[in-house]
Write a protein that binds this ligand. Structure first.
Ligand SMILES: CCC(=O)N1CCc2c(cnn2-c2cccc(F)c2)C1
Length: 250
């Protein structure tokens, strides 16, 4: 029975960075994919909670803010504790062997920075989040920059013309500025931060793969950023995952 169950839509989306980290660390997990049609029912169970909840599940402290989006990372768990206001109170133990914790889309930056990633890295002795405090700040800065940009896209916009207009503006007006900044920051280095791969490099591949699905010439004038993408994709564990993952546009 895997220790983790990752529940998300059948797409790369916000969950793919977690899938990359699990693949790289060779951690067995259940990649549970729900259909969009199932989301309204699941959402009604999760509710449109808009408060920040600090949840302690087993060894992992997860700070989450639920905005009615859904990405769930579950851990083999004991009691799930929920913070309501400034009080921590036990809640019902997870109904099955997994402690189900729901996240907003923005959890990427929070949960992968919290003891989850540090615990996993400590167990596996790798440096995905950076080797020093300074490197960890630099990794966070790159991840936040990418996540902020990706979060500006109106993914759930129902009006096709509005969605298309906003996507086009972001891709033609805003993306070039971001890409130039990332290109300058990367410079002649092998990786964004330090002298080995970090999850900032992973996130660059995750985000750029999706952006290229909307604008295939996006990186034509950024060969160094393309090289970084290819270096991430050539890491054996990542290459294996990319080869076997479900093929989806997003
Ligand atoms: C209905 C929801 C939907 O279509 N998507 C959810 C968000 C998303 C998609 C693809 N990339 N991505 C994403 C990745 C990282 C950070 C971020 F903010 C967003 C597709």
């Amino acid at each position: 029975m895997p220790n983790y169950k990752l529940t998300y839509f059948n797409m790369r989306g916000r969950a793919e960075i977690i899938r990359y980290i699990f693949a790289y660390l060779d951690i067995n997990y259940e990649d549970h994919r729900i259909e969009q049609a199932d989301w309204p029912e699941i959402k009604s169970i999760l509710g449109n909670v808009t408060t920040s909840t600090t949840v302690i599940a087993g060894f992992v402290l997860l700070k989450i803010t639920i905005f009615g989006k859904m990405t769930r990372l579950a851990t083999a768990g004991t009691d799930v504790w929920k913070r309501r206001g400034n009080k921590l109170e036990p809640s019902a133990t997870a109904s099955d062997s997994m402690t189900m914790v729901s996240f907003s889309g923005a959890f990427v930056g929070s949960v992968t920075r919290l003891p989850t990633l540090e615990t996993l890295i400590a167990v596996h002795g790798c440096n995905l989040s950076g080797k020093t405090d300074l490197e960890q700040c630099q990794v966070d800065a790159i991840v936040d920059t990418l996540d902020d940009f990706m979060s500006r896209f109106p993914w759930a916009e129902k009006k096709k013309d509005v969605k298309e207009k906003m996507f086009n503006e972001l891709l033609t007006c805003d993306a070039p500025i971001l890409l130039q900044d990332l290109d300058t920051y990367l410079g002649k280095k092998e990786w964004f931060v330090g002298n080995s791969v970090t999850w900032a490099d992973f996130y660059w591949d995750v985000c750029s793969t999706t952006l290229l699905a909307f604008k295939s010439d996006l990186l034509d004038i950024h060969p160094r950023l393309v090289t970084l993408q290819r270096k991430v994709q050539a890491i054996p564990a990542i290459a294996d995952w990319i080869q076997r993952r479900p093929q989806t546009k997003l």
